[in-house]
Design a binder for this molecule. Structure first.
Ligand SMILES: [Zn+2]
Length: 1199
């Protein structure tokens, strides 16, 4: 076993972490003496005596066997039957599961039948790289003579690890899955550790989820009170979403006329609501009513975009009084912001939007929203600013405020006092506000730790800061689900159309105060697993027969407990060492893998990093070559390592290229590096075996010499052509020769048109955009790269691509290898050293240093009744169940969709276990396990009450972005709209309280579904403006496919912070505002971040003092809009703003370059593109218009 051979195996995971109270790490291998574990902690088999706080004292005797008896475990040889997964690769058994590519919904969403993800295209046999003799010129970089290379070198054959084992989901049907959940109370003996002290049954509570209790339709008491809290929008005359427009025939609104809101009475805040959390009554159950969408007749004139309208009143930006966070805000008459979080019952109501006006109903059905701006149905809206709509409706009834408590359940809402005349258009304040939802969640869930032991509970939103306590289910930082209560039957699931998926980030970085998963060693026989389904030991296994056997929570099969793992049970049936063992009490942990889990049954070599630098004319000219070489000299000291005290085990290698490749021998014994040129790129091979991959510490001098020389060597190059395929092949061959996994860092500038495998042609054709042939632009133009990617995955060769294009480079094709190998693509269009190097260097530093695993295989097992059917992300699949990632870093997510196989039980819930087998950066083979249990519900209302819109949007975006490979974008948009309409219609029909058919009623947890969906529909991938390049679209498409929920959230709905409201005296940020131009004040300064971009928008009337403090000049006209960083000024304001910029950057995986945008400046167009609640230039609908459109779609479904 390799365990003892790894000196620092346990670090960082095993080290005691401050935050983990009471769980002394040592027991889990934390202490490692060089060479192995200290005796006391021999492999974790025994009861870990070290855990003091833990378990009941009497029972944890010393481990029955210090060292795991190897023999015992044999019974379940992990891979015995070939149905192993993660483990050593057995050959592929016939996959019984449906192809991964199934359309995820059978309903209307089915765009076009099975859609093979493009990663499946690698059907073709890998091209075998044969070595060939080539003309290879050997030239010397330094003074020494190049060593011979070439011809004689036999390239390693492609060894293809059989990674894929077919998994037979044979669940014993006869086995009624009894609830294996320990329902007993926590063992009384022993002092429970703070951390583990949680009630034992938590991991699998069989009880009904706390949230499900109240029926959705019950009018929550509190909400009513809060109803008035809605700040009344100004436009009195226009009933934006007023519930009952006076002139409308009552019939159309089923209920009583919408209440007119009086001045915003801040009624008693519903104090009781939010309490819901850990177990409290579900706040979410009461429907909130929104005043319906405007039902106006189609405006005669097309609604003008918000931008074009008259400038919003300066005060509108002030919409939200900067609230530090929560306290009820004082009633500001003029303020239209949404009510404070604390005022209304945030989550408690369903949202009813007021009944549509007759006119609207009459409108012709709008086929896809996506169309050009003016949509037939949409025009119903009051044109925003131009006041064109002739028929001004009478006084607008107060729009029923959606927010917090707005409730009008049909009942008569408080009458609203006539407001001052306002522009005729819907009041955006009357529709669900993302900011309000975000702030409410912070107020309600940000203060208490989120404990994972309560099954079926949705975690705080990604925008809320919270602390997680692992009590048996994976932290939301690792797994977020679209729904935490999934329907018991397939029929219910189809009816609701709510996607059932999990967004999994297996190696997510945790905040400093949360522990990384502990490492568990089950000895030479490897991790304990279920005999049948091979699930790994976890809290869902129930020990029976006095502890001699355990029943699998996934397949119900009973397996013998190997002697070395035996432990007695307490009176509740729980193992007495339960809290001593991460795998019995936690949602996430790691197992040390044995040699059986290694490729070819060999302990892996430490991985290698190979840097491949384009040295063609463009690369030299734009400064990239010099910057990369300079930076690498420093970065090599920061290669990933698991223990900060030791040097990285990662070896490095260097090559440069244009249309030929140059390899460098940097062996420590050389006085100067040597270059070897391979000009026959038709069949790439690596000309030197020894000296290409070296240890940094040993070869530092030679490497530095090389990096100093490269920029000069090619300074005068005139070569403009490049190759690309052979570059990756070269890196791949080098890894094969070294018999290791690793990562290639390719720095590339142009379309590879030089004669070579993988040569591309310029196929950029914007005329195809919007046509049925548009999809071809997202597909790779040649199959070469898909085949190459397959070979890379087999070798554990991950590729990160840094692009510096000045024109079309065909990202759709060049990105195939990176996105199939778990790699990343970075793009710096029109790269200029001066303005872009900061961004590039920060990305490079982060990319090189981040935690990464290699040669990974991920398998998701589920309990009987559901199964993983589809996967999204940057990986490769050679069968239907194993997600293969040549590299897996801490930022990558894999999204998994589930479908029903059978009826699920409310009692047992549904379980999933994600196991990722990977090689750590030190070369240790490990299995990271994440367990997740969710509730199963027989009532649709429970589904709608426990879902997470941000995750649903993440899933929809990935699904849609994959669909564009095979479908016209319009069809993709239409089907997204249709599916969301079905989701909301199903809620309306089955869960909402009876009310007027004309009311738009949104489930509380999904009230932002329309606004976020609209952002996805308007995104550059699905609905590009004329100025969006094909490369940008392909790039974004690939990028989003591996995003986690936090990244996709800010990407689709950017964060917009009113900097001028900053209180430099306190640490809290001002409350963000909605992404709409009308929220901006000419006197303000705003910071907008998307995860990729960062803008600082400066209003033309911004205070001089503010400008002086931030920019060092009091004159708006003198602000340099070319600056990419703020001047460092000695005043608290400057300091605080710069800190905020840095903190935003620190939260994202990619560095965001700062752009200063002055109001009315030409750059403002770019900035406005991110004001996603507004109509955009390419035809994307405004939020208000889209909501009305959704309402219409829903009504059609209901009628
Ligand atoms: Zn099993």
């Amino acid at each position: 076993m390799n365990v003892n051979q790894q000196p620092h195996m346990a670090s960082p995971y095993g080290q005691p972490q401050p935050g983990y109270q009471g769980y002394p790490q040592s027991g889990y291998g934390g202490q490692h003496v060089p060479g192995g574990y200290p005796a006391p902690y021999a492999p974790y088999n025994g009861p870990a005596s070290a855990y003091q706080p833990g378990p009941p004292q009497g029972m944890r005797g010393p481990p029955t066997s210090g060292a795991p008896p190897v023999s015992a475990a044999q019974a379940y040889s992990q891979f015995g039957q070939g149905d192993i997964q993660n483990g050593p690769p057995p050959l592929g058994a016939p996959p019984q599961r449906p192809p991964v590519s199934q359309p995820y919904s059978q309903g209307a969403m089915n765009l076009s039948g099975p859609q093979p993800p493009y990663n499946q295209q690698f059907g073709a046999p890998p091209t075998s790289m044969q070595q060939m003799t080539t003309q290879m010129a050997s030239m010397q970089v330094g003074s020494t003579v190049p060593s011979p290379a070439g011809p004689g070198y036999a390239p390693p054959t492609v060894s293809q690890p059989s990674v894929s084992a077919a998994y037979t989901p044979s669940a014993p049907s006869s086995f009624a899955p009894t609830s294996t959940v320990p329902t007993q109370p926590p063992s009384t003996e022993g002092t429970p550790q703070p951390y583990y002290g949680a009630p034992p049954q938590q991991p699998f509570p069989t009880a009904a989820p706390p949230f499900s209790a109240p029926g959705p339709t019950q009018p929550p008491g509190p909400p009513l009170a809060s109803q008035q809290t809605f700040p009344q929008a100004p436009p009195p005359s226009q009933p934006p979403f007023s519930s009952a427009p006076p002139q409308v025939p009552p019939a159309s609104y089923g209920g009583p006329p919408p209440p007119v809101q009086a001045s915003h009475p801040r009624a008693a805040p519903p104090t009781s609501q939010p309490a819901a959390f850990p177990g409290g009554p579900p706040p979410t159950s009461t429907p909130t009513q929104y005043t319906g969408p405007p039902m106006q007749q189609p405006p005669v004139s097309q609604p003008s975009s918000f931008h074009s309208g008259p400038p919003p009143p300066p005060t509108s930006a002030a919409g939200f009084p900067p609230q530090g966070g929560a306290p009820p805000r004082p009633p500001h008459p003029g303020i239209q912001g949404p009510p404070l979080a604390s005022q209304g019952p945030p989550m408690s109501q369903a949202n009813h939007v007021a009944p549509p006006q007759p006119g609207m109903l009459a409108g012709p059905p709008v086929p896809g929203m996506a169309g050009p701006p003016p949509q037939p149905g949409m025009q119903g809206y009051p044109p925003q600013q131009n006041g064109a709509f002739g028929q001004v409706r009478g006084p607008q009834p107060g729009y029923a405020g959606p927010y917090p408590g707005q409730q009008s359940y049909g009942a008569a809402p408080p009458a609203q006092a006539p407001a001052p005349p306002a522009p005729k258009r819907l009041d955006p304040d009357s529709i669900p506000s993302p900011i309000q939802v975000i702030e409410d969640d912070k107020a309600n869930k940000g203060s208490e730790p989120f404990v994972t032991g309560v099954r079926g509970q949705a975690p705080p939103l990604v925008t809320t800061n919270f602390h997680v306590k692992d009590q048996g289910n994976a932290s939301p930082r690792f797994i977020r689900c679209t729904a935490y209560n999934i329907p018991c039957t397939s029929d219910m699931a189809k009816q609701s159309q709510v996607p059932l998926a999990a967004v999994i980030k297996p190696l997510a970085t945790l905040p400093p105060d949360e522990n990384s998963p502990y490492i568990v060693d089950h000895g030479e026989s490897g991790p304990i697993r279920c005999n049948r389904c091979k699930a790994y030991m976890c809290p869902y296994m129930q020990f029976i027969e006095g502890g001699r056997r355990f029943q699998c929570g996934f397949c119900s099969c009973v397996t013998e407990v190997p002697p070395h793992y035996f432990q007695h049970l307490d009176h509740t049936g729980k193992r007495v060492d339960c809290y001593d063992r991460p795998e019995l009490s936690l949602g996430s942990y790691e197992f040390l893998a044995t040699v059986d889990y290694c490729k070819n049954n060999k302990i892996p070599q430490p991985p290698a990093f190979i840097f491949l630098i384009d040295v063609s004319y463009n690369a030299v000219k734009n400064g990239m070559v010099r910057i990369v070489c300079q930076e690498l000299k420093t970065l090599l000291d920061y290669l990933p390592r698991e223990n900060p005290d030791v040097q990285s085990n990662i070896r490095v290698g260097f090559a440069t290229y244009n249309k030929v490749l140059h390899f460098y021998n940097v062996k420590a014994s050389l006085a100067q590096p040597q270059m070897m040129v391979v000009s026959d790129v038709a069949d790439m091979f690596v000309p030197l075996l020894d000296g290409f991959l070296v240890n940094v510490s040993e070869s530092r001098v030679v490497i530095e010499s090389l990096l100093d020389q490269i920029p000069d060597m090619f300074a005068d190059t005139r070569e403009t052509e490049t190759v690309f395929g052979p570059v990756i092949q070269a890196g791949l061959e080098a890894l094969k020769a070294a018999d290791c996994a690793g990562k290639l860092f390719v720095f590339h500038t142009s379309l590879p048109i030089a004669e070579a495998p993988g040569k591309l042609k310029n196929r950029e054709d914007k005329k195809l955009v919007g046509t049925d042939k548009e999809k071809s632009l997202f597909q790779p133009q040649v199959s070469f790269y898909a085949n190459l990617a397959k070979e890379c995955v087999a070798q554990g060769c991950c590729v990160d691509l840094f692009l510096f294009p000045n024109q079309y480079v065909d990202v759709a094709t060049l990105g195939v290898v990176p996105t199939s190998t778990g790699g990343s693509v970075y793009k710096y269009t029109y790269f200029q050293a001066q303005s872009d190097q900061e961004r590039f260097l920060n990305d490079l530093r982060k990319d090189i240093q981040k935690k990464v695993g290699f040669d990974a295989v991920m398998r998701v097992r589920t309990s009987t009744g559901i199964r993983a059917t589809d996967f999204f992300g940057s990986f490769y699949m050679s069968n239907t169940t194993d997600v293969e990632l040549a590299g897996l870093d801490c930022d990558k997510t894999v999204t998994v969709e589930f479908r029903h196989d059978d009826k699920l039980s409310e009692e047992t819930g549904a379980l999933m276990q994600c196991a990722v087998l990977y090689t750590s950066c030190s070369g240790q083979r490990r299995l990271r396990i994440h367990n997740m249990a969710v509730n199963c519900c027989a009532q649709l209302a429970d589904l709608y009450r426990n879902c997470e819109t941000d995750t649903i949007i993440n899933f929809f975006a990935k699904y849609a972005y994959r669909c564009v490979l095979n479908n016209p974008t319009k069809n993709v948009r239409d089907s997204l709209v249709n599916q969301c309409a079905q989701i909301l219609a199903c809620y309306r029909k089955n869960c909402a309280s009876p009310s007027s058919a004309g009311q738009l009623i949104l489930p509380e947890c999904m009230k932002l579904l329309p606004v976020y969906l609209n952002c996805v529909l308007k995104s550059d991938v699905l609905h590009p403006g004329a100025d969006v390049s094909l490369d940008d679209r392909a790039y974004l498409r690939q990028l989003v496919s591996a995003m986690d929920v936090a990244e996709s959230h800010v990407f689709f709905y950017p964060r917009l912070l009113p900097v001028h409201k900053l209180d430099v005296e306190c640490d809290t940020l001002p409350v963000a505002i909605r992404d709409s131009e009308e929220r901006l004040s000419k006197g303000g300064i705003y910071l907008l971040e998307t995860g990729l971009n960062l803008f600082l928008w400066v209003g033309a009337n911004a205070q001089q003092e503010l400008l002086q403090n931030i920019f060092g000049t009091p004159a708006f006209g003198q602000i340099d809009s070319n600056m990419t960083s703020l001047p460092i000024l000695d005043n608290p304001y400057s300091k605080r703003v710069r800190e905020i910029v840095e903190s935003f950057r620190a939260q994202r995986s990619r560095y965001m370059k700062l752009m200063v945008v002055k109001q009315e400046d030409k750059l403002e167009l770019i900035f406005k593109h991110f004001l996603v609640e507004d109509k955009n230039n390419s035809g994307g609908a405004s939020y208000v218009d889209f909501l009305c459109h959704m309402h219409k779609e829903i009504r059609q479904l209901l009628s």
